[in-house]
Design a protein around this ligand. Sequence first.
Ligand code: MN
Length: 283
Amino acid sequence: MPLDEYRKKRDFTRSPEPTGETVPETDAAKPRFFCVQKHLASHLHYDLRLEHDGVLLSWAVPKGPSLDSRDKRLAMQTEDHPIEYGQFEGVIPDGYGAGVVMLWDIGTWTPQSPDIDASLRKGDFKFTLDGYKLKGSWVLVRTKGYGDSSKPSWLLIKHKDEWAGPIDITEFAPHSVKTPGADFADILASDTPDLWKNNPPAKTGDTGKLFQRIIATAIELRETNHSDPPTRLMSAEAAARKLDALEAPARTKAATKRATKTSSTTKTPATKTKTTKKTGASR
Ligand code: MN
């Protein structure tokens, strides 16, 4: 069974990840699905997944994709994932892959040669992406240097085309496409913010620091909002409303009070920027 390895690694009574029981029919004429999930686990990485033959072929890309055609990004092939995994965004509380999964890009893909399996066997797999963030022509080239035959290593490279350029797309567009604007802290805040307060999936190094920051932000978001998700998006709207109130000509005591509150709310994006920078630095 194609998803045996996927299922063996996970305890679905403890993880919200899909079991992959329903395998949809693949229609050759239908555009194929692709996604990239930004996954903060023991290490931050980006999971590239391409629909093929009823599953998602998967590669873990530690540094994430690059639009710069001079970059060769290590992409470690991982177990095939169920199709419905491509919609997953959330918190894996413990076990395999424990951490936060963000749906970072989503769209369709097209192989550049019709025989996908032959391209994969050859280790030279060219394809075109049409996502929100990733577009145009790409190639995965299998390397001899790392990994074994069951988990080969590849290099993910952007071909030179109109969608290539010297932009660090992971820094430029760091947030979720499923919950627009959401970062890891928002996703954790919408789940169980204090889940890892004393025992995060990574405790040391840059990833440990990143977890600490995200957990603290998530707890703060939940406490300041006293509400269910969306958290930060809602607080941005609230901040805008408060700013509108400030522009009213008659400034009452209440408005001054709101102003104080607003200044603390508007600090939130700064925290977010820091978190994002940290994300970049930890790679
Ligand atoms: Mn992963």
